[in-house]
Design a protein around this ligand. Structure first.
Ligand code: AMP
Ligand code: ZN
Length: 461
């Protein structure tokens, strides 16, 4: 089935056509490893993972590159403020390398816990400084960049289509300037390719312009080119990257290479918390550890996220997560019953569900619709065939559906279990009226009883 994706650059859904048949190169802006990732960040990486899984489901071989930003991302996304890594290192009394190592490990642990496949390559910015210096030099040589007292800047006026991704032209940006003005720049939107370092700066490298460190944007251009080539298929990130980071990536890459570098730009919308922005000062920048500390499993957060298509905002609340957990548990219980039933669903029915599922995921990753197909599938009469199809779908969902287990009988109160035992005896005596009466009594107490080959199974309704 033809995959269609929404391309931020053209503002429309397009047929996805890879550069090389059956292969796809995807670059994702990775985390800045100076603190724990928030669950908002993890939404971006669940989206990255869903994209990869859909591509793989469709038979593509995916090379997925996600960088680790361990230098150069300043406190504002533009060129001002301290480097986030330096700031964290100072605050915690550690070196930037120690900070980066620690938070990279934590981040990878979170990826694993959320069933996010590890990218094929996760290059660190600090391992690619020479490649960045080469691009900055080339941009200077070609006249797209200029040197000032404090760094090398890209001159946006040399790139007439600057703003094409966000749809904002230079004049509007000049006035609206989200980007802070800096005395050294010729134009407020010009951005740093390289920053000259003060002697006390912790991370600095030799360069043709003295000691310094790279700008954040050039990192992604250097690493995507190195691992995916001059033109690659898909670039992803959160919507906050559209107006500055990705606009800058496009400008510097196209001026350096003389042609476009990315065919499809895909962006995930934000996660809100209680309807508002997530922020440290509000104390709501929750991490995966906060989620597990409240008794939720990471897979339940994944299920919560999959219920909203990646281009829509998702509103996180603890109640919402609790409802997602309830729904997820119910889904697993139903699947457990299918797993332990004989085969018996006709092929046509299974094909219809598979087709609906594939249509949903290939329509710009409409995963919530695909989950809806799974939900109607599990409502079919109990059959192993249903379970087998659900497992195929789970290659995309990654909701551990292969691990569904017997309902926890221990949670059932003794009096309910006693009624179920009496009912089992009634059934053995073929006293169907008494068996039905007891089933209703059990239902009134909030439990469902299901007969199995070895006896019965009780589940909370
Ligand atoms: P950062 O480490 O700040 O560069 O962010 C890592 C990724 O998370 C980027 O793709 C951001 O766009 C994305 N991101 C940050 N906050 C949120 C949020 N609240 N919801 C969804 N994505 C986010
Ligand atoms: Zn990036």
């Amino acid at each position: 089935m033809q995959l269609r994706v929404y391309n931020t650059l053209t503002r429309q859904k397009e047929d996805f056509v890879p550069i090389k048949p059956n292969q796809v190169g995807v670059y994702t802006c990775g985390p800045t490893v100076y603190k724990y990732a928030t669950i908002g960040n993890m939404r971006a990486y669940i989206f990255m993972d869903e994209l990869r899984r859909v591509l793989e489901y469709d038979g593509f071989k995916v090379k997925q590159v996600m960088n680790i930003t361990d230098v150069g991302h300043l406190v504002s996304d533009a060129d001002d403020g301290e480097d986030k890594m330096e700031k964290s290192a100072h605050e915690m009394g550690k070196t930037p390398l120690e900070i980066a190592d620690f938070y990279t490990k934590q981040f990878m642990r979170d990826l694993d816990a959320l069933n996010i496949k590890r990218p094929t390559v996760c290059p660190k910015a600090t391992d690619n400084i020479a490649e960045m210096i080469d691009i900055v030099q080339a941009l200077l040589d070609k006249g797209f960049a200029y040197e000032t007292e404090d760094g090398i800047y890209f001159s946006v006026e040399k790139f007439p289509s600057y703003g094409k991704l966000s749809g904002v032209n230079l004049d509007e940006q000049r006035h609206g300037a989200r980007v802070e003005v800096n005395d050294f720049k010729r134009h407020p939107i010009d951005f740093a390719l390289w920053k000259k370092a003060q002697p006390n700066h912790l991370q600095q490298w030799d360069s043709p312009w003295g000691k310094g460190f790279p700008g954040w944007h050039i990192e992604c251009t250097a690493m995507s080119k190195k691992y995916l080539g001059e033109v690659f298929d898909i670039h992803t990130g959160g919507v906050d990257h559209i107006p500055i980071h990705h606009e800058n990536e496009i400008a510097q890459a196209e001026c350096w290479l003389g042609h476009k570098a990315v065919n499809y730009w895909m962006h995930n919308e934000f996660m809100l918390i209680d309807g508002g922005k997530m922020s440290k000062s509000l104390g709501n920048a929750y991490t995966l550890d906060d989620v597990t500390a409240r008794g939720f499993r990471p897979v339940e957060l994944r299920y919560f996220c999959l219920n909203v298509q990646y281009r829509q905002k998702i509103n996180f609340t603890w109640d919402g997560l609790a409802s997602a957990k309830t729904a997820y548990d119910k889904l697993c219980l139903q699947l457990w019953a299918h797993k332990n039933s004989p085969a018996g669903t006709d092929q046509q029915t299974l094909d219809d569900y598979r087709n609906k599922f594939e249509a949903a995921i290939n329509d710009d990753l409409n995963v919530p619709l695909a989950l809806g197909v799974l939900w109607s599938l599990v409502k079919l009469p109990k059959s192993k065939d249903v379970y087998a199809l659900a497992l195929q779908m789970d290659k995309v969902f990654a909701l551990d559906l292969d691990k569904v287990s017997a309902p926890k009988q221990a949670d059932v109160p003794d009096e309910v279990r006693a009624l179920a035992d009496t009912r089992l005896a009634a059934r053995k005596a073929k006293n169907w009226a008494e068996s039905d009466r007891l089933r209703n009594l059990i239902a009134d107490m909030g439990y469902a009883v299901r007969d199995t080959a070895t006896g019965y199974e009780l589940t909370k309704k």
